[in-house]
Design a protein. Structure first.
Length: 399
């Protein structure tokens, strides 16, 4: 069931419009994005799904925009990039045969790179229209995490560029919150946090949660959210080491690659190997996962039949036939291996198989994006170093 705004956005995309779809955390941007891509492909259109970062691309089974552009870091002048692109027949074919480009987490896309992509793609497609006449669908929230830019940069965001003004036909903002009860006090506070419009009553409500005892399943402690990766690594390592090493299992991912039918040769094998390496670098699961009885873990996939979602929190209670048995809020279940499959037109298929869990005594705010946490303890101290981090952290929980 779609909200009115979600349905409107879907209809406009199907009408061929260049759309910017935005909205706060938990309003269903990811669900809508998947539906749009699936519907457009069902209509026979060639759609490429990209994101501004590798982690974001992994969540949507896509690739980074840098990777699709195929020109490395694209740190050379535009005329040099155009010259390089025009010499690559395979790259030209990819962009000239494309119908729709979707860019997720556009808020974290460097504005200079956004402009370069527009200019280079227009040259490759032989059109002066924005992005060479491609239909472009942008998804993201500029109130969340921004791109990494010098504080002195004159332009911080993609929407400040001339390219954006020429490209985007319409902006659709999703406002109905699904993660939290839409009419709750907490949902209202999150809307105000997002835009820095908190009032005294709101601040007092949040302060009442300082050192509060959250409601959680016995034995499942709240995930601690930190801004910096080092804090997370140190805490997870410390807690895991304190558990009985005799009750441990270590899981290593497996990797399978498949070339497209009829494609062979050293260049094709090399391209597939690079795709596999990029996938392993940015995937959600870790290459090696050590679990022990008592380990705090977080689910990395949705499993509706068990009432589990990406972000569900649990504790390992035992191992059966080598697989971890995890107690979650609503169920205790065995978690077997899961296969993440990634495909890239003309390059091939990469399948990564691993236990879909990660250690969850702590997580970074950045890595928690897209997850719904059952319970969390959030460090909002001087380590918070970027706009939007506090909002992203607070909006991970339902209440």
């Amino acid at each position: 069931m779609l909200s009115d705004a979600q349905q409107y956005a879907l209809d406009r995309c199907l009408a061929g419009k260049n759309l910017f779809i935005t909205g706060g955390a938990g309003v269903g941007k990811s669900h809508l994005t998947s539906l749009i891509v699936r519907t457009l492909r069902d209509r026979g259109l060639r759609v490429r799904v990209t994101a501004s970062t590798g982690a974001a691309a992994s969540l949507i089974n896509g690739q980074t925009l840098h990777s699709l552009l195929g020109l490395g870091l694209a740190d050379k002048p535009v005329d040099v990039l155009v010259s390089l692109a025009m010499k690559r027949r395979k790259l030209l074919h990819v962009w000239r045969s494309l119908d729709v480009l979707l860019i997720d987490e556009v808020s974290m896309l460097d504005p200079d790179f956004f402009t370069k992509v527009d200019l280079v793609v227009s040259e490759m497609r032989g059109s002066r229209d924005p992005f060479g006449g491609l239909q472009v669908i942008l998804v993201g929230d500029f109130f969340q995490l921004p791109p990494v830019r010098p504080r002195s940069a004159a332009i911080k965001f993609a929407f400040e560029t001339d390219t954006w003004a020429r490209l985007v036909d319409e902006c659709v903002e999703l406002t109905h919150i699904f993660r939290q009860e839409d009419t709750s006090v907490f949902a209202d506070i999150l809307r105000k946090v997002r835009k820095a419009e908190l009032e005294l009553d709101d601040i007092q409500t949040l302060f009442h949660r300082v050192n509060a005892d959250p409601d959680h399943v016995e034995g499942v402690i709240p995930t601690q959210l930190y801004s910096r990766r080092k804090d997370v690594h140190d805490l997870n390592t410390k807690h895991l080491s304190a558990l009985d090493a005799l009750s441990s299992n270590t899981y290593t991912h497996t990797l399978a690659t498949t070339l497209p039918e009829g494609v062979q040769g050293a260049p094709a094998v090399a391209a597939l190997a690079k795709f596999a390496a990029d996938t392993l670098k940015n995937m959600q699961p870790t290459a090696t996962l050590e679990l022990r009885e008592g380990a705090q873990v977080m689910m990395l996939i949705n499993q509706p039949e068990s009432r589990l979602v990406n972000g569900s929190r649990g504790v390992v209670v035992r191992f059966e036939e080598g697989d971890p048995v995890v107690r979650f809020k609503h169920t205790t279940t065995t978690i077997g291996r899961h296969a993440w499959t990634y495909e890239r037109d003309g390059v091939g298929c990469v399948a990564v198989t691993q236990i879909p869990l990660q250690l969850a005594w702590a997580s970074t705010v950045h890595k928690s994006q897209g997850a719904t946490l059952d319970c969390a303890e959030i460090s909002l101290d001087s380590s918070v170093f970027e706009y939007g981090q506090a909002y992203v952290a607070l909006s991970r929980v339902r209440s």
